[in-house]
Design a binder for this molecule. Structure first.
Ligand SMILES: C[S@@+](CC[C@H](N)C(=O)[O-])C[C@H]1O[C@@H](n2cnc3c(N)ncnc32)[C@H](O)[C@@H]1O
Length: 201
């Protein structure tokens, strides 16, 4: 288990985390999830899941035969997610995105909402996502802000987050291809950063 400072930072925010989201956020997330082509019965991995903000939207798409596996290295976030979604087809694991405790080719899709900029080793996190996804499966990195907006927000917040940035479009495309992802699609404009790619194996 990593000793990244983000762990303690997010532990300290877990109790209040769910209060951050507005009905508008959920509406926009719902729209994004609708467009991801998720099928009934899929096994979906949510990397840096926090308290499970995406779980309900994903559960509606996968139905009772699918599963959601959330991963977060903040034990308090993971515990909240587990408490928020005590369903048979939802599992939450306290683990690091750069060292996922899953076998190769386990998941039909992976999502990561508002977390990728926090990962200490984004290349390793992408390589791990690639490893645990099945052939032809998609990873989507989602933010309700552009890379520029996120950097500005972090600069204002200061402290630990001040140095966390999202890779600009070309850099993100390069990171994806270094980890063997293909069919890269990146949107980076006010209100949205959406970077999706498909495994090549
Ligand atoms: C900004 S929060 C987003 C949480 C959730 N996805 C949401 O949008 O509400 C970032 C989350 O990523 C987690 N995180 C950061 N680095 C991580 C890593 N290396 N492995 C696993 N989780 C990580 C943090 O603990 C935190 O819960």
């Amino acid at each position: 288990m990593s000793h990244d400072k983000h762990q303690a930072f997010y532990d300290s925010l877990a109790a209040e985390w769910d209060l951050m989201f507005t009905a508008e956020d959920f509406e926009r997330l719902s729209h994004l999830v609708e467009g991801m082509g998720i099928d009934k019965g899929w096994h979906i991995l949510d990397i840096g899941c926090g308290t499970g903000v995406l779980f309900d939207l994903l559960r509606r798409k996968i139905g009772p035969d699918g599963t959601i596996t959330g991963v977060d290295f903040s034990l308090r976030m993971a515990t909240r997610a587990h408490r928020n979604f005590p369903f048979e087809n939802v599992n939450v694991v306290d683990a690091d995105a750069t060292n996922l405790p899953f076998k190769p080719d386990t998941f039909d899709m992976a999502v990561s909402f508002s977390s990728f900029d926090n990962f200490s080793d984004p290349k390793k996190a992408l390589a791990e996502a690639h490893r645990v996804l099945r052939s032809g499966a998609q990873l989507c990195i989602i933010y309700l802000a552009s890379s520029k907006e996120l950097s500005e927000e972090h600069k204002r917040a200061g402290g630990l987050l001040a140095d966390d940035h999202l890779p600009p479009r070309e850099k993100m495309a390069e990171l994806f291809s270094l980890s063997n992802f293909k069919t890269v699609r990146i949107e980076d404009h006010p209100g949205l950063y959406l970077a999706c790619a498909v495994t090549n194996k």
